[in-house]
Design a protein around this ligand. Structure first.
Ligand code: ATP
Length: 217
């Protein structure tokens, strides 16, 4: 069994998360993808929505999508006052679930390029595979030689490898390109511009009801 975690801030969740995740599940034969909202993102500005608002939006977004679920372990972390590092989350998952079953961590191409700033990034593959979704506007290659060598050493072109080994591979998926970011959505909401094709309508309604991101201002 291959468990897949898709980490993010989800402030808010949008179709740039959902469409690639659903296509990836099909491409790689994943039965479940768990969305893994972080509590305090280590690498970017802090979320505008509260933890419980981001969680509420995730719950609305996964309704009617049986192969998506939510893993709240980072939000529930004991050390709520410090960032949740992905490496620690993967280590904790292994401690709970052992080393036999497969674990994959999903990220967009932009996150892959930022990996050298992640805590203990080279150890991630000791615990999980990395599944990379394409993202418009992102460089295809990194100019960091250390990262490029690491990618070349661990890359597989065969998604079957992800099922025959519990961790250790990097796989670049052929997921759809969605030119959507949470930053752009927050700006559009602030300026009362339409977002109806960028995120689920239930999430958009929640944002309006909660007056998030300057909605209704
Ligand atoms: P922000 O604009 O606030 O930085 P974001 O839209 O990048 O947010 P995050 O929640 O930070 O969203 O992203 C979580 C994960 O989803 C990251 O690995 C990111 O690379 C990936 N991701 C986000 N948007 C897309 C997209 N449009 N296509 C592919 N991957 C994406």
């Amino acid at each position: 069994m291959l468990t897949a975690l898709f980490g993010g801030t989800f402030d808010p969740i949008h179709y740039g998360h959902l469409h690639p995740a659903i296509a990836l599940a099909e491409e790689v034969k994943l039965t479940q993808i768990s969305l893994l909202p972080n509590h305090i993102p280590p690498h970017k500005p802090q979320p505008e929505a509260t933890t419980s608002q981001r969680l509420a939006m995730l719950n609305l977004a996964i309704q009617d999508r049986p192969n998506l679920s939510i893993d709240t372990r980072e939000m529930n972390a004991l050390q709520l006052s410090r960032p949740s590092y992905t490496i620690e989350t993967l280590q904790a998952w292994r401690q709970e679930n052992g080393y036999q079953n497969g674990l994959a961590f999903i990220m967009g191409q932009d996150s892959l390029l930022s990996l050298p700033s992640w805590h203990n990034w080279q150890k991630l593959l000791d615990y999980a595979h990395l599944l990379i979704c394409r993202r418009p506007g992102c460089a295809k290659k990194t100019d960091n030689p250390e990262l490029q060598t690491w990618i070349d050493e661990h890359r597989t072109f065969n998604s079957q490898d992800l099922h025959s080994s519990p961790n250790g591979f990097i796989y670049f998926a052929h997921t759809p390109l969605e030119d959507i970011s949470a930053t752009e959505i927050r700006k559009r909401i602030m300026h009362q511009k339409s977002c109806s094709n960028l995120l689920p309508i239930k999430v958009l309604k929640y944002i309006q009801d909660e007056k998030l991101y300057g909605a209704g201002g």
